[in-house]
Design a protein around this ligand. Structure first.
Ligand code: ATP
Ligand code: MG
Length: 575
């Protein structure tokens, strides 16, 4: 069953199966706007690693352009010198490519610094901007509130000539940080707070990752973003809902400067259950050592989700299924898991792994000592071309402790004294004798195997209800298996954090799931020793796993990508 996104399809998908942004684009194309050209952009700030929310934005921006024969720019929104880094630029590029998209141009808002500066002078010339010497506290004090109009700054009526001179001095480095700002001169009584003479330039003597020390004044987001769109002739600038109140300002600057009329459209950000998605919080998780790094397989970063074993296809499928919403919502992380499970069911080999620190050894007492045989086991029943692989079988095999019960209830179809079970791809065995150590713990099961019951050529006439997986003792390869669960125990950490009644900025950390990682020793079939990092398989009856980069020649390490079934949904129903 597909977990439903809690967004009614009627809202996200309108007539003809188009989402509301596609509708707008189609209307623009029919109206001949910009000669039917579609140019979008993905504008990350290079101050962290991309996460699933960004994947949504990437799929939307690149997907729209692909659908309408257009293109997409990758623009680094690097106007804040303090938080940005080339390390992030490189990881962002790698992540976008990994998702399967290619940009028309790689651009940097910082490349427009000179042009943006000229735009600011143009506003000053028109009497639409002024230099303000007030402190930030003084500016805030005069700003008013949504219901109380603001008051004009005492510096608001400086002459054009004086403003130009002061602004040029700001650029020249004459003043220290915070001494002056450049503000747009709009309307201190506007009901839209963003119109109350917004700051458009500030002084910041900081080294920039690309422009170095060329600049000591930097444009604010509102003065950089729309104009950058316009410089690139972006036709549809898509961002998240919190920018709705900024849109009038976006339009105002473009109108006053009389430049290319890019237009902004907003959609709901992606929020996922049991997940936090803000870069600030993700950084806290990394810096506080709550995860092993940005690419910890429990992280919602693309680096983490990739290492976990998710494929680009499954993420694009997920983004497609959640659609494009106009209202904030919370998507069930089960939908993401559904998407990868569907794909891996089609594509992965079924292999055997005894994921148990303390497995039980079966000794097949009637199987000749020293004998071995090679079984040919089908790789994937879902894939006719999947072929078979060779799996060694011998007199002693390991099984998981959970697959045996000394005093089973009715309808227990696995192994029990006197009971028969099929060893997957091999033979039917019967448990004759239970061997225990001094502590009374079962160590070995002595069994009889039925030679005529070999899988694929069974003439035994015996019907058993249970099939269990196993690994030949002599051929077993040791491995470490990392069983991941949700990183947060809270379904909606962002909302629950607010209920915590705490002033701590990192109160959300108390919502972490203490059992999000369980590490178990396992024994796997020998052909897994030849798998490469990133390879994905199904451990029969256990889930989907991939080879982690921590694997060494001595020890394979597997990440559990996802369980076979949605165990969590069952858990919720039970309670
Ligand atoms: P964060 O709040 O996590 O730091 P951000 O919005 O500051 O994210 P940016 O690098 O500025 O991150 O965002 C690049 C693009 O990705 C923007 O267009 C932004 O709207 C979009 N984006 C960021 N988070 C989400 C999300 N959760 N869902 C959809 N789009 C998102
Ligand atoms: Mg941001």
């Amino acid at each position: 069953m597909t977990p439903a996104a809690n967004e009614s399809p009627a809202e996200s998908n309108h007539a003809g199966g188009l989402n509301f942004i596609e509708q707008i684009v189609e209307e623009d194309i029919s109206a001949g706007l910009h000669e039917g050209r579609v140019l979008t952009r993905f504008p990350p700030e290079p101050n962290g690693y991309l996460h699933l929310g960004h994947a949504k934005s990437i799929c939307l921006n690149f997907g729209l352009a692909q659908k309408y024969g257009g293109q997409t720019n990758l623009r680094f929104d690097d106007t804040n010198p303090v938080t940005e880094d080339t390390e992030y630029v490189d990881s962002i590029k790698a992540d976008v490519r990994w998702l399967g998209f290619d940009w028309a141009q790689e651009l940097y808002a910082s490349d427009y610094f000179e042009q943006l500066y000229q735009f600011a002078e143009a506003l000053i010339q028109k009497g639409l901007a002024y230099v303000d010497d007030s402190t930030s506290a003084e500016i805030a004090a005069l700003k008013g509130s949504p219901t109380v109009p603001g008051q004009n700054s005492p510096y608001r009526d400086r002459s054009v000539a004086e403003n130009l001179e002061l602004f040029r001095q700001m650029r020249a480095g004459t003043y220290p940080d915070g001494a002056k700002v450049l503000r747009a001169k709009i309307d201190m009584a506007s009901p839209n707070m963003h119109f109350r003479d917004p700051i458009i330039y500030r002084i910041k003597h900081a080294h920039h990752h690309r422009t170095g020390d060329t600049w000591c004044i930097y444009p604010m987001y509102d003065f950089a973003h729309g104009q950058s769109d316009s410089i690139e002739k972006i036709t549809h600038s898509i961002c998240t809902l919190e920018f709705i109140p900024h849109r009038p300002l976006y339009d105002w600057f473009i109108e006053q400067l009389d430049i290319f009329p890019s237009k902004q459209y907003e959609f709901a950000r992606l929020n996922l259950t049991y997940t936090v998605m803000s870069k600030r919080k993700l950084k806290k998780l990394v810096e506080g050592g709550h995860v092993s790094g940005w690419d910890d397989p429990r992280m919602p970063t693309l680096a983490g989700i990739r290492r976990r074993g998710y494929t680009p296809d499954s993420l694009r499928e997920f983004c497609d299924r959640i659609g494009v919403a106009k209202r904030d919502n919370l998507i069930d992380v089960g939908l993401l898991e559904f998407c990868i499970r569907e794909e891996l069911n089609r594509t992965t080999d079924r292999v055997m792994a005894v994921v148990d620190e303390n497995p039980i050894k079966l000794v097949l007492t009637n199987y000749p000592e020293g004998q071995e045989e090679t079984l040919h086991i089908e790789n994937n029943p879902e894939d006719a071309d999947g072929g078979t692989r060779e799996v060694p079988f011998s007199r002693e095999v390991y099984i998981e402790r959970d697959d045996f019960m000394e005093n089973p209830p009715k309808k227990y179809f696995r192994l029990a004294p006197g009971q028969m079970v099929r060893l997957k791809g091999a033979y039917i065995v019967r448990c004759d004798e239970v061997v225990k150590n001094d502590a009374g713990e079962v160590t070995e099961l002595h069994c009889t195997y039925i030679p005529e019951s070999k899988s694929g050529q069974d003439t035994s006439g015996i019907n058993v209800k249970g099939t269990i997986h196993w690994v030949s003792v002599a051929h077993a390869v040791p491995a470490q298996v990392r069983l991941y669960d949700r990183l947060f125990a809270s379904e909606n950490p962002a909302a629950d954090e607010k209920e915590l009644d705490s002033d701590e900025t990192d109160a959300f950390l108390s919502l972490l799931n203490p059992n999000s990682l369980v590490t178990v020793r396992a024994l796997v079939e020998p052909n897994l020793a030849h798998r490469a990092v990133g390879d994905r398989v199904q451990f029969m009856r256990k889930g989907y796993f991939c080879v982690d980069a921590d694997s060494t020649d001595e020890q394979l390490v597997f990440n559990r990508i996802v369980t076979l079934k949605d165990a969590w949904a069952k858990e919720v129903k039970k309670n």
